[in-house]
Design a binder for this molecule. Structure first.
Ligand code: HEC
Ligand code: HEC
Length: 277
């Protein structure tokens, strides 16, 4: 697995403008957007790359029971029959070509910022991976409104926006859906307007209960007192400021492959999150 991913990331680490769309897509999927966390079977050593993106975790919640879909080019069990335009429309809206929206576990509300170039790159990469024939359980939608989620203000961004370091960081944090996990749930979904980055969401898993941290610029409750390197270490190695090993489900192993430039941009953006406690 390390060998395969190492090859993917060796390509991705080259200068952004020299990347092919497939290389850029591989980088976005595997290092920034962590699609594997939900769409690849997870074994004892992390994502099983021999079955990359062929279906992943099941989320059993009051409103729905859904499984990370097979998004390989397999025509029967994957998305091999979707057109490029259908796939791009889906990423931005969460509505499948057959008109059925997905449950909001799929972080589409954050993908509205994706640049035209990155939408092309994602499609190019997803078309290039091996087709894996593997059935995943059909979704069950239980409530009247299983698909609703609070909107997240995110107009499509442009390559020109990304030239600014803080805007670039905002872009990366958005498509990595950092604030989904790090903003507490309110009555009507996440309260992005008033509590972005405040933490406090509880995640349950085989790793026990874990509460997402405050990642605002608050000097004591958040990251205000942390150095840039301490924040980067937490992101890429899963080690907190005091040396404690951080628990899943944050995708530290994916972020470990983020370029130094992208890590710095993310930190610059996190510094701008208003302090909250
Ligand atoms: C936090 C978990 C999570 C992440 C991260 C995630 N997805 Fe999903 N995705 C899901 C789930 C769960 C479903 C199925 C939801 C349903 O059936 O209602 C889904 C559905 C989809 C579908 C629809 C497939 C079909 O056959 O209906 C596509 C395409 C997709 N995701 C692509 C992606 C891509 C590409 C990425 C990364 C850029 C990604 N997803 C990241 C959880 C996730
Ligand atoms: C799937 C949910 C999820 C996503 C996505 C996520 N995180 Fe986290 N993050 C957590 C949880 C939960 C913790 C706390 C882990 C623990 O305490 O063991 C955490 C911890 C952290 C920490 C360490 C804070 C501390 O006090 O030790 C930082 C920094 C952080 N996240 C930043 C980010 C950034 C930046 C992103 C986006 C690139 C991100 N997270 C994406 C869930 C998530």
């Amino acid at each position: 697995m390390r060998v395969v991913l190492a090859a993917v990331f060796a390509l991705a680490a080259s200068v952004a403008c020299a990347q092919t769309p497939i290389e850029r897509g591989a980088y976005l999927v595997n290092a920034v957007m962590a699609c594997n966390s939900c769409h690849t079977p997870i074994g004892p050593n992390g994502p099983d790359v021999s079955r990359l993106l062929s279906g992943g975790r099941t989320f059993d919640e009051p409103r729905f029971k859904v499984t990370g879909s097979n998004i390989t080019p397999d025509k029967d069990t994957g998305i091999g029959n979707w057109s490029d335009a259908e796939l791009k429309a889906f990423l931005r809206t969460g509505v499948r070509p057959n008109g059925v929206p997905v449950a909001p576990i799929m972080p589409n509300i954050f993908y509205t910022v994706l640049t035209a170039r990155d939408l092309d790159a994602l499609v190019a990469y997803l078309r290039s991976i091996p087709a894996v024939h593997r059935e995943t359980p059909a979704p069950e939608y239980r409530a009247k409104s299983p698909h609703e989620e609070a909107p997240y203000a995110g107009a499509q961004m442009t390559e020109a926006d990304l030239a600014d370091q803080v805007q670039h960081g905002r872009y990366l944090a958005t498509i990595a859906h950092c604030l989904e996990c790090h903003t507490p749930p309110g009555e009507a979904g996440h309260d992005f307007a008033n509590s972005a980055g405040r933490g406090g969401t509880v995640f349950k898993g085989p790793f026990g209960d874990v509460v997402s941290a405050n990642i605002t610029s608050h000097p004591t409750k958040g990251l205000g007192g942390w150095s840039d390197d301490e924040i980067k270490r937490a992101l890429t190695q899963g080690i907190s400021r005091d040396g404690r090993k951080l628990k899943p489900p944050m995708a530290y192993a994916a972020y470990a492959h983020m370029t130094a430039q992208d890590q710095s941009a993310l930190v610059a953006f996190l510094r701008t999150l208003p302090a909250r406690e």
